[in-house]
Design a protein around this ligand. Structure first.
Ligand code: ZN
Length: 347
């Protein structure tokens, strides 16, 4: 039995003992969880009990953005040892699948992902995880930053899919946690400047505290106009659509330059109409992102080098005992809250 933050059903969380399998395979490590970030998906399961086809039908432990300390390693594990500070990729693909063999294990239909029903998450003091998806943190990267690697990896995937050319000007639609992390990954990937638009001034203020991130407040300003004015009438080389709303999907197509690229990062709750002719008339390239593959080491390298600083995005840290409060605060959706974290480790 272990204590865990359990989503019993929609709108009902409890911090209670739960029976968890604790057996380890030869390729696994046991990790004492230190810090777990609260993600929009965790919050959506809490408020709605489902995301698309994934329905919470039985109690499920939440949490998938985690860092911790290795406490035990399986017989075949060579690259990790007890005491190592690590962060974990929350997905476990079928390593023999065609997707895994192709290197696109994020789209493996068999993938098991923490806190996606029926798979338990990691808001509990100890987890067993494959060593192959457990990554060592450099000494100068804190546990709090380690727990930010998961959402930042989505930004990394988006930047990689965009195939940024040094000096590109980008627009990010939506200044939520993912939007801001996409902007930072785009700058690290070579963009000269990243504009970011949102309806909420507080979110933009957090984003605009970074160098070379320019806020656009809607509806006071129109993103496509701002981008045209900034680029001699041409438009954004890359648009990262991170809001998942019909209006911002249209904004993305209006703001992108001819022969530019739109990366669809945000996930609309329902199908949304897309102006295909507008896209065709500029002959743009479109890319999609589903989580990430092979991005953790690159993300950790950027954070460790100091090129990317995610610390300003950590809005508040709650004790494990106060996990439910952390989720209720996330549901509140305060303007300046970017990432809330839960410190699971004691002391
Ligand atoms: Zn997440």
């Amino acid at each position: 039995m272990a204590k865990a933050l359990v989503l019993e059903e929609a709108k009902k969380l409890s911090l209670r003992e739960i029976d968890l399998p604790s057996g380890m395979g030869p390729g696994d490590v046991r990790i004492a969880i230190d810090t777990v970030g609260v993600c929009g998906s965790d919050v959506h399961y809490y408020t709605h009990g489902k995301i698309g086809p994934f329905v919470v039908n039985e109690p499920m432990i939440l949490g998938h953005e985690a860092s911790g300390t290795v406490v035990e390693v399986g017989a075949d594990v060579a690259h990790l040892a007890p005491g190592d500070r690590v962060c974990m990729e929350p997905s476990i693909p079928n390593m023999t699948s065609k997707a895994s063999k192709l290197g696109v294990y994020n789209v493996d239909p068999d993938v098991r992902f923490w806190a996606t029903p029926p798979v338990h998450g990691c808001l509990t003091p100890s987890v067993v995880h494959p060593a192959a998806f457990t990554y060592k943190l450099p000494d100068n990267v804190s546990f709090a930053e380690g727990a930010m690697v998961e959402p930042f990896a989505i930004g990394m995937q988006a930047a990689a899919r965009a195939k940024i050319t040094p000096g590109d000007v980008a627009l990010v639609t939506g200044a939520g946690p993912i939007g801001i992390m996409v902007a930072l990954a785009a700058l690290a990937g070579g963009c000269a400047k990243v504009y970011i638009c949102d309806l909420v001034e507080g979110k933009l203020a957090v984003a605009a505290a970074y160098d070379n991130v320019e806020p656009i407040l809607i509806p006071r300003e129109t993103p496509a106009d701002v981008l045209r004015a900034a680029t001699g009438g041409w438009g954004a080389d890359v648009v990262f659509e991170c809001a998942g709303a019909a209006a911002s999907i249209q904004t993305a197509l209006e703001a992108v330059a001819p022969a530019g690229c739109v990366v669809w990062v945000g996930m609309p709750v329902d199908p949304v109409p897309v102006d295909i002719v507008l896209a065709q008339s500029k002959e743009i390239r479109m890319e999609t992102v589903f989580r990430y593959a092979n991005m953790y080491e690159r993300a950790i390298a950027l954070i460790g080098s100091g090129k990317v600083d995610l610390k300003p995005l950590i809005s508040e840290t709650f004790a494990f005992e106060d996990s439910i409060q952390a989720f209720d605060r996330a549901v509140e959706g305060r303007d300046r809250d970017v990432k809330l974290q839960i410190k699971v480790a004691q002391g």
